[in-house]
Design a protein around this ligand. Structure first.
Ligand code: NDP
Length: 328
């Protein structure tokens, strides 16, 4: 049995804690594919997991890390062979099943997809669950028939991981993007990604009237709470808002007014369940539609030794864009 390094979260009489640990292959959970992990990434949920700020971890001990990319080392799954490059994300990784902050992973092959053509493992992790979720949000707007000719779309939490990818994708698809951020110093960064206008997030994060001036054809909301209520109140007739996050809070203090008086649609987006066709379609779209130069500009890379500290800092809103962790 070969030893490897992972971050392990424990919760017992000594408290809730996360630290680096030496594990052996025999410590891994069930799965028909073993992967030598080369890259992972820090998502907001990983920050919640390592800090214990929200109960995202469902069993202990747990290896956090919602996403990983790596090379298959053993497989009894028909779709995968040793030496193939794969990615995984969601599917309970880092919550119910050991995740990607580990040099080795053992998972169900049903949770894996081959590394999409045209993407390196680093790029796939620069996208990660955050970018995949942004893509699902954009696809949700498209499914509802929303088109750039209808007017501007707002992206909340724009300087965060999901927000940054959403801004870049929507702008590339021809939308006029209004980026809402609490970090005015990131104006140049957001405009570089394609935002046409920046709004101070305070404009949206304090309580407002149930119906307000119609400003947006729709939006991608990563923040929830009062911000989402205000986005709905400022969405024009028959507009569409895709909601995927709760960085401001879980609650949604709104009324039915935007829905019954303006025909606004609120679409929930989640990226965790292993719907393979949707996953493949989302990744194909990302490989095609996301500008790789912009992806590089929104991405920072850190060694595995910094993963724990960086995961803690994401919940403090201190990470801009996406952060790739070099594991192997
Ligand atoms: P990040 O921390 O990278 O981004 C979150 C952003 O939200 C911050 O950068 C900040 O943007 C903004 N924000 C933070 N706190 C507040 C606040 N109190 N009020 C208003 N805005 C705030 O996280 P991710 O991009 O990785 O994730 C964003 C959200 O999406 C999270 O809630 C996460 O749980 C959720 N998510 C959901 C998924 C799903 O399947 N539904 C999958 C992936 C993520 P700025 O600095 O620009 O103001």
């Amino acid at each position: 049995m070969s030893a490897f390094t992972a971050i392990r979260i424990d919760k017992d009489e000594a408290g809730y804690r996360a630290d680096y640990a030496q594990l052996a292959d025999g410590d891994l959970m069930e799965g028909d594919v073993d992967v030598a992990v080369t890259h992972s990434t820090v998502n907001y949920k990983d920050g919640l997991a390592v800090t214990g700020k929200a109960p995202v971890v469902r069993r202990f001990p747990m290896i956090p890390g919602v996403d990983f990319a790596g090379v298959v080392t053993r497989s009894s799954h028909l779709d995968f062979r040793p030496g193939e490059q794969v990615i995984a994300g969601g599917c309970g990784l880092g919550e119910q099943h050991y995740g990607g902050f580990s040099q080795r992973a053992r998972v169900s092959g049903d949770w894996l997809v081959h590394l999409p053509q045209g993407l390196t493992p680093e790029q796939a992790m620069a996208i990660g669950s955050a970018g995949y979720t942004a893509m699902l949000c954009v696809m949700a707007l498209e499914r509802q028939g929303l088109e750039p000719s209808r007017g501007p779309v707002v992206v909340t939490g724009a300087a965060g991981g999901v927000g940054s990818v959403a801004v870049a994708l929507l702008a590339a698809l021809g939308w006029r993007v209004v980026a809402s951020t609490g970090r005015p110093e990131e104006e140049a960064y957001l405009k570089d990604l394609g935002a046409s206008e920046i709004v101070d997030r305070a404009e949206l994060s304090t309580p407002g009237k149930p119906l307000q001036k119609q400003r947006f054809a729709g939006g991608v909301d990563t923040v929830g709470s009062v911000t989402l209520a205000n986005v709905l109140a400022q969405t024009s007739i028959d507009g569409v808002v895709a909601a995927c996050g709760n960085a401001q809070g879980m609650e949604l203090p709104t009324t039915v007014a935007p829905f019954i008086l303006r025909g606004v649609s609120l679409i929930g987006v989640e990226s965790v369940r292993p719907s393979l066709p949707l996953r493949r379609m989302g990744w194909e779209r990302l490989a095609r539609d996301l500008d790789k130069g912009l992806l590089a500009r929104m991405t920072e890379t850190a060694p595995f030794a910094q993963a724990l500290e960086r995961a803690r800092s994401i919940v403090a809103g201190k990470i801009r864009g996406r952060l790739v962790i070099e594991i192997g």
